[in-house]
Design a protein around this ligand. Structure first.
Ligand code: NOJ
Length: 684
């Protein structure tokens, strides 16, 4: 114990047969290697036992991950990771701060200690493997490297042996993997020991309150990660990679590196967000000029298709007509929106578009849609059209037209495109999140960047921090968004949904959730409000406003039909709210119950607060400690009005103002399924 304590301040330790050596010393089969976080709280230990590599993780001297295997299985090659010895080690420490192009916070501190362990296989074929650990105050990332070597050139990975043996049978919030549709499931929670195959980020709460999130970062040319629970070994999660059609997981050639496997740590739920661990593990911005990348709010010809008042296809209800688009552009210009999304503008939607991904044209507009004239009409009003590319997973068809499609939009000055991937696998049977698709998405991001186009990807793969390197990769869906509230027969999202999203899906990155539906009972369709049993929005109106602050996206939609915002005083909040932030402070929260977030606009002094609740009514005390001392502000408060309840009285919103400063406390009263949105602006 005394030796342990005496070493706690050293970031790197290598113990051989009980003695302490320098970090880069050669090691034997019994070696233990240690690397700690800069604050000394998190420690990774790597042990080679019987030739097998294991890592474990402790925080404050208590186990988080128990010894867990590392390694690979290949097609036509023996597994790698069974007969290893440490050949050499190297260490590095970093402490630097970088600036995001846009985001939840302007400045990100990258402070970590790194340990690189080069391993050599005993006996033939004598392959080499490198494992790199980076230990931060907010968690750990580790990745594999396969150096160029005579014994391993081209390879096919059939399994990644990475394990996460959780030290506690923690409560996990999960959605299933490999079940239709993709990531669009309601979250459930249960102990780790009960999990089957689940998606990441996987958020877990230990019984002592520690929160742990497993995910991945910097996914470039590999298969997407999922986790599978072990039937034989309780609390053990194994990496399970999405396959190619022939079952192979990853095709590669040395030199090669995998994405980072990330383990985020926080003492409580509020400490999980904003999550920057994955961003720190991605390469810096690769674009020279980012002046054309601008976060914005947008409206669109979209909700009408989901509730059934318009169609994507041609015909009498076609939404993407020249006249209708002009109406939306006028509305955007009058209310300060930067963009107008238009879906259903291009040939290919007639018939069963979900089945006919190979029939979409990405250059030919429908006859009643005058694309060049509309692009000019929008430009004259300082609004941008947002283009749309639905692929229905017809990937070959899309890739064949990708350049032409982006050329067309770029030529018209269109700066943002929403893409879509409805479907669960490609027509050749490759998994939606497998290496084939990962390569595709990277190709689209790079091509869009060359054409100075920002992306909003629907039915995406999970976010692994691509936005740091390619800040044109703005936002994505990747969970059940607002649209699930529109579809008759689905049942919609329950009131707790967004209070879970904040602590799970949102830790990966921005989400195009599309908040701001004011016709909560979807009366626009038949004139009759939908009943609580039918699909409809299961929040109060004030909660729709709060979602703009809570669910971060640099492209943030006002989803409803323009006519539903007429004569609505609460619409002022959507006009005012920012979409790019300098600071984010999570003030309080509990997964699946409630969350309160404060964010400061990036280029100004306004703060915005969003609070949301599940199906319970709540009163929350919120001290405004985050405001600078000595300055006076006005709080513009949009609260649930008297008697508000998501189920039968969702509309009352009480709008009030009051002077506040850093010493003020606000008492937030949230209705069942309710919320509160506040703009805090300096008095002068
Ligand atoms: C599903 C997307 O989530 C939705 O936003 C879009 O309107 C449809 N696909 C059609 O592309």
């Amino acid at each position: 114990m005394s030796m342990w304590l005496s070493c706690r301040t050293l970031p790197f330790r290598l113990a051989v047969a009980g003695a302490m050596l320098g970090a880069a010393a050669p090691a034997t089969a019994q070696d233990q290697l240690h690397v700690t976080s800069p604050d000394g709280r998190n420690e990774v230990t790597v042990v080679i036992r019987g030739g097998r590599i294991h890592y474990s993780l402790q925080r404050d001297d208590r186990a988080v991950i128990q010894p867990s295997r590392l390694g690979f299985e290949f097609r036509n090659e023996p597994p790698l990771g069974d007969r290893m010895r440490v050949a050499s080690t190297a260490t590095n420490s970093v402490d630097e701060t970088w600036t995001q192009s846009w985001g939840e916070v302007r400045e990100v501190r990258d402070q970590h200690n790194e340990l690189r362990i080069s391993l050599a296989e005993e006996g033939a074929p004598g392959r080499q493997l490198v494992v790199v650990f980076r230990v931060f105050n907010d968690g750990v990332g580790f990745r594999y490297e396969l150096p160029e070597q005579p014994g391993l050139a081209e390879f096919e990975i059939t399994g990644e042996l990475t394990e996460f043996v959780m030290a506690d049978d923690a409560r996990a919030w999960w959605i299933p993997a490999f079940q239709r549709p993709r990531y669009e499931h309601l979250f459930r929670s249960s102990p780790v020991s009960t999990l089957d195959t689940v998606q990441t980020p996987l958020t877990m709460e230990f019984r002592d309150g520690l929160h742990v999130v497993i995910h991945e970062a910097d996914l470039v040319d590999y298969a997407g990660l999922t986790l599978v629970g072990s039937r034989e070994r309780n609390r053990t999660l194994r990496a399970y990679l999405a396959p190619w059609a022939d079952g192979v997981k990853v095709r590669g050639r040395t030199p090669f590196q995998t994405p980072w496997r990330t383990i985020q740590l926080a003492d409580d739920a509020a400490g999980l967000s904003p999550s920057v661990l994955g961003l720190n593990l991605n390469p810096p911005n690769a674009l020279d000029d980012v002046s054309w990348i601008r976060p914005m709010k947008y409206v669109g010809i979209w909700w009408g298709m989901h509730i059934g008042t318009m169609t994507w296809s041609s015909g009498p209800k076609h939404g993407a007509t020249t006249a209708n688009t002009k109406k939306y552009i006028d509305f955007a210009a009058e209310n300060g929106f930067g963009g107008v999304l238009v879906e259903g503008w291009n040939v290919g939607w007639d018939g069963s578009w979900i089945e006919n991904g190979d029939l979409f044209s990405f250059t030919e507009p429908y006859a009643d849609y005058d694309l060049p004239a509309l692009a000019a009409y929008a430009r004259d009003r300082h609004v941008g059209l947002i283009g749309h590319h639905e692929t229905s997973m017809g990937i070959e068809n899309y890739e064949g037209q990708l350049e032409a499609g982006f050329d067309l939009f770029e030529g018209l000055g269109i700066r943002a495109v929403k893409t879509g991937y409805v479907g669960d696998e490609t027509s050749h049977g490759h998994a939606h999140h497998g290496q084939y698709m990962v390569r595709h998405w990277r190709k689209v991001i790079e091509s869009a960047a060359r054409h100075r186009i920002m992306l909003d990807v629907h039915e995406p793969i999970h976010d692994t921090g691509e936005r740091r390197t390619f800040p044109n990769m703005m936002t994505r869906e990747g969970a059940r968004g607002q649209e699930f509230n529109a579809w008759a027969g689905d049942g919609g999202n329950p009131p707790e949904h967004e209070t879970i999203l904040f602590f799970t899906r949102m830790l990966a990155g921005p989400m195009d959730f599309t908040p701001g539906v004011f016709d909560l009972l979807i009366k626009s369709v038949t004139g009759t409000p939908r009943t609580p049993e039918e699909s409809r929005v299961r929040t109060t109106l004030a909660k729709q406003l709060a979602l703009y602050v809570v669910l971060y996206s640099p492209l943030q939609m006002a989803a409803d039909l323009p006519e539903n915002y007429e004569n609505q005083p609460a619409f002022q909040f959507i006009r005012d709210v920012e979409v790019d932030w300098g600071k984010t402070r999570v003030l309080d929260g509990k997964i699946g119950e409630y969350v309160v977030v404060a964010r400061q606009e990036r280029d100004g002094d306004d703060w915005f607060v969003g609070a949301i609740s599940d199906e319970e009514a709540r009163t929350l005390e919120v001290p405004l400690w985050f405001l600078p001392l000595g300055r006076s502000y006005v709080a513009e408060i949009y609260a649930d009005g008297p008697g508000a309840h998501w189920r039968d009285n969702p509309f009352p919103v009480k709008i009030s103002t009051r002077p506040v400063d850093a010493r003020s406390r606000l008492t937030l009263r949230l209705a069942p399924g309710g919320g509160q949105a506040i703009r805090i602006r300096p008095l002068n």
